[in-house]
Design a protein around this ligand. Structure first.
Ligand SMILES: Nc1ncnc2c1ncn2[C@@H]1O[C@H](COP(=O)(O)OP(=O)(O)O)[C@@H](O)[C@H]1O
Ligand SMILES: [Mg+2]
Length: 392
């Protein structure tokens, strides 16, 4: 293990990255609407959203590569809004690693120190090589390394400058899936080891959830929701977040009883009644009227209609007919059409498979009401659903 301070140095004036009222317009087009965001010092923070939602623009404003139209960028207590990029204690790693092809790995990593006139770089470069686990590649040229290794060199080259904040703009975007998964864990390990604030931009929700302590979900130049991965996943506040992070079943429903004092909200959907915990409903839901009821596919159990009597009391249930099933090893994924909603998704772990659960079978979908959430119906039910063209 390398000593933390070897990379970061002491950081007495350090602190959070704080954006207040920051926005960016290009002519009449607003790429980033005024936004307030605090990235806690030492955290791994992800900006997550589809292509074009303003992630890179936000990152470039932190780096000083883009002048904000309004607002202020603070690093700790220091207003850096008017500082040029090279005067900010910030480094950026891009998707294209832009290593110097004619220099070996050692010289690539030493570059920032050399440029500042520092001659004895060996100790620091060795620490960096160890940090990114490329000690045996010190004298290789970039083209002799894999994509993942080159990206680790790019990270080392940035970290050797002791930035207060490392900005990463889709750094794994050029890697294939397997390598990307490895590098996600690797970057997370490096961040934990050096303790520097990482702001990581990605359009891949799994990547953001795997790596980040906090995720800001962006949509159309705004932060739609901010939170820890599990909190965002379990308690989405909008249909966009519910659909963009994983998969949600969203069922159109009508409120029968608005729960008072934190008790359950009772709704009707497709002729049946469902319970939603009051504290998992957005405020609009507790006003009554039309709402959307959400439940994740892995929370639902499927029982053949003939065994419906065995389902425990108190569970939310809807009836349906299996339209499709795909066996994918750890689980079987079912598509079920129900009076409550078309094409409901159900993921069943493969433990004891009921061979009657095949397309055409009549079933009951049931789940613990605690796993239900309620959203305002006055929004696009399909917002954030990934289409084939976006999948990238
Ligand atoms: N220099 C520019 N001039 C005009 N529009 C721009 C410029 N840079 C970015 N945009 C627009 O701003 C929006 C946000 O871009 P960007 O921050 O790069 O999105 P992301 O990184 O989330 O894909 C996009 O619609 C993009 O086309
Ligand atoms: Mg971008």
């Amino acid at each position: 293990m390398t000593d933390k301070t070897a990379h970061t140095g002491k950081n007495p004036g350090g602190g959070d990255v704080r954006l207040t009222g920051i926005s960016k317009s290009y002519g009449s087009f607003t790429a980033v609407h005024p936004l307030d965001l605090t990235v806690p010092q030492g955290s791994f923070f992800a900006l997550l959203g589809a292509s074009g939602c303003g992630k890179t623009t936000t990152l470039r404003m932190i780096a000083g590569l883009e002048d904000p139209s309004t607002g202020t960028v603070f690093l700790g207590d220091k207003d850096v809004t008017d500082l040029p990029p090279y005067k900010r204690p910030v480094n950026t790693v891009f998707q294209s690693y832009a290593l110097f092809p004619h220099m070996d790995i050692t010289e690539n990593i030493a570059f920032g120190l050399r440029r500042r006139g520092i001659k004895s770089v060996k100790k620091q470069v060795d620490d960096m090589l160890e940090l990114v686990q490329l000690g045996d590649k010190a004298r290789h040229k970039p083209h002799q390394l894999s994509g993942g290794q080159q990206q680790r060199v790019a990270v080392a080259r940035a970290l050797i400058n002791h930035p207060q904040v490392l900005l990463l703009d889709e750094p794994l975007g050029a890697l294939d899936l397997k390598l990307r998964r490895q590098m996600q864990l690797e970057l997370k390990r490096i961040q934990t080891e050096v303790g520097i604030t990482f702001v990581h931009v990605t359009h891949d929700q799994e990547e953001a959830m795997t790596m980040a302590d906090q995720v800001a979900v962006m949509n159309g130049g705004r932060v739609e929701q901010l939170g820890a991965p599990a909190d965002l996943y379990e308690n989405p506040q909008t249909t966009f977040v519910a659909n963009f992070l994983g998969t949600s079943n969203l069922i159109e429903a009508e409120v029968l009883e608005t729960g008072s004092g934190g008790s359950d909200v009772l709704v009707t959907a497709g002729g049946g009644k469902l319970r939603v915990p009051g504290d998992r409903c957005t405020s609009a839901v507790r006003q009554g009227g039309k709402v959307l009821v959400g439940v994740r596919p892995e929370k639902i159990s499927l029982t053949h209609k003939d065994d419906a009597g065995s389902i425990a009391d108190g569970r939310n249930r809807v009836t349906g007919r299996i339209a499709d099933s795909s066996f994918i090893g750890v689980s079987t994924q079912y598509v079920v059409n129900s009076p409550a909603g078309a094409e409901l998704q159900v993921y069943e772990q493969n433990i004891e498979r009921d061979t009657r659960l095949v397309p055409g079978a009549e079933v009951v979908l049931h789940w613990n009401p605690a796993h239900t959430f309620g959203l305002d119906a006055a929004q696009d039910i399909d917002a954030g659903v990934e289409t084939v063209e976006d999948a990238g």
